[in-house]
Design a protein around this ligand. Structure first.
Ligand SMILES: [Zn+2]
Length: 320
C-alpha cells in the first residue's frame, strides 16, 4: 500500500514538473520586426526604411475639418486621436547609384524616431555607401538623420534640395523674424545641413529636373516653400515619393481638402495635393509617403470626391 502511494506521489510530482517545463511562460518580446521593406521598380531596387512612429495629435494639427467629422473618419479606420504616425525614408538602388530620399528625424524629434540608419544597416547597406540624399523639405523629421551629434552621417553623399527650400530655411533674417516657438525649425535646418555645406556636398537645385537617370524632382510648394516630390522611373514603371503632400491617411484620402497646421501655405499645399492625387489615381502609378503607414507604398483609386488608398500587396517574389 505504502509503495503504491509513493509511486502515485512520484508520478504526480513528475507530471507537475514536466508541465511546468513544457508550459514555461515565454516572455513577450515587445520589439517590432526590422523596419525595412523591399520591392523592385523595373530594374531598380526600392527599400523602404522605417524611422519609427510617433503619436500624432490629429485633433490639434488638422485644419478644415470639424471635431465630429474627424472623429467619424478615425472611427471608420478603427483609430483614435492621437494616431500613431509613421516616418519613412526610401532607399533607391538604381544599379549604379544608391540614393536615399529623406533621412528621418535623427535626434530632432524624440526617442521613438531616429531608427532609419539602424534599419538601413539591417537592410544590408551602410551609410557610407549612400551616393546621394534627396530631401523633400527641411522639416526636422526629414533631415535630422543627416547628422549625428553635428557630424555628417552620409559621409560620401551629395545632398540635394530645392533652392527655394534652402533659401527660406537658411536665411538668417527668417530665423530672426520667427516667433520664439518657430525658431527651432530654422536652427534644425542649419544644424542638419552644416557639415554638408561646409564640405561642399550640399547642392541645391532649381525647378523641375532629372537629378540622376531615373529620378526626377517635381516642385510641389505649399507644405513648405520648396517642397519637392521625387519621381522614380525604370522600365516604364513609376513610383511617386510625395514627402509631406499628406499626413493622415485615415482622413485626407477621403477628404483631400483637410490641411495641417505645419503647412507654410495651406492653400498652395492643397493645390499640390489635389494635382498629384489626381495624377496618380489616373495613371495608376505607385506612391510612397513619408507619413503613410509603413511600408508606405500603395496606389490611389478615385472614389466620389476623394480617394481610397490601396496598400501594396506583400511580395517576396519580386526581389528574387
Ligand atoms: Zn513630415
Amino acid at each position: 500500500m505504502m509503495i503504491t502511494w509513493r509511486l502515485v506521489m512520484t508520478s504526480v510530482l513528475a507530471s507537475v514538473l514536466l508541465s511546468s517545463l513544457t508550459n514555461a511562460a515565454a516572455p513577450l518580446q515587445k520589439t517590432q520586426a526590422p523596419g525595412y521593406y523591399r520591392t523592385m521598380l523595373g530594374d531598380m531596387e526600392v527599400t523602404v526604411l522605417s524611422d519609427g512612429t510617433f503619436p500624432m495629435p490629429v485633433g490639434k494639427l488638422l485644419a478644415s475639418i470639424d471635431a465630429t467629422d474627424l472623429s467619424a473618419a478615425l472611427t471608420r479606420s478603427f483609430l483614435k486621436d492621437p494616431v500613431e504616425a509613421s516616418v519613412n525614408g526610401f532607399l533607391i538602388n538604381t544599379g549604379t547609384k544608391l540614393v536615399l530620399i529623406d533621412s528621418g528625424a535623427g535626434q530632432f524629434f524624440g526617442p521613438t524616431l531616429g531608427n532609419l540608419v539602424h534599419n538601413l544597416r539591417a537592410a544590408g547597406y551602410t551609410p557610407d555607401q549612400v551616393d546621394e540624399v534627396y530631401i523633400t523639405h527641411l522639416h526636422p523629421d526629414h533631415i535630422g538623420g543627416l547628422v549625428d551629434h553635428g557630424k555628417a552621417v552620409f559621409k560620401h553623399a551629395t545632398v540635394r534640395i530645392a533652392k527655394a527650400e534652402t533659401d527660406y530655411w537658411l536665411n538668417p533674417d527668417n530665423l530672426r523674424g520667427a516667433p520664439a516657438d518657430g525658431k527651432s525649425g530654422f536652427e534644425n535646418a542649419n544644424a542638419a545641413l552644416k557639415p554638408y555645406s561646409t564640405s561642399g556636398q550640399l547642392k541645391p537645385f532649381t525647378g523641375d529636373q532629372e537629378l540622376i537617370a531615373g529620378i526626377r524632382a517635381v516642385t510641389t510648394a505649399g507644405h513648405t516653400p520648396g517642397h519637392s516630390v521625387y519621381v522614380v522611373q525604370s522600365r516604364g514603371e513609376r513610383l511617386v515619393l510625395w514627402g509631406d503632400l499628406m499626413h493622415v491617411a485615415s482622413v485626407q484620402f477621403a477628404n483631400p481638402s483637410v490641411t495641417i497646421v505645419y503647412d507654410t501655405d495651406p492653400a498652395t499645399a492643397l493645390v499640390a495635393r489635389t494635382r498629384i492625387f489626381a495624377d496618380v489615381a489616373k495613371s495608376g502609378e505607385m506612391v510612397g509617403g513619408a507619413h503613410l503607414p509603413f511600408p508606405a507604398l500603395g496606389h490611389l483609386r478615385a472614389v466620389d470626391a476623394g480617394y481610397t488608398y490601396v496598400p501594396v500587396n506583400y511580395t517576396s517574389l519580386k526581389i528574387h
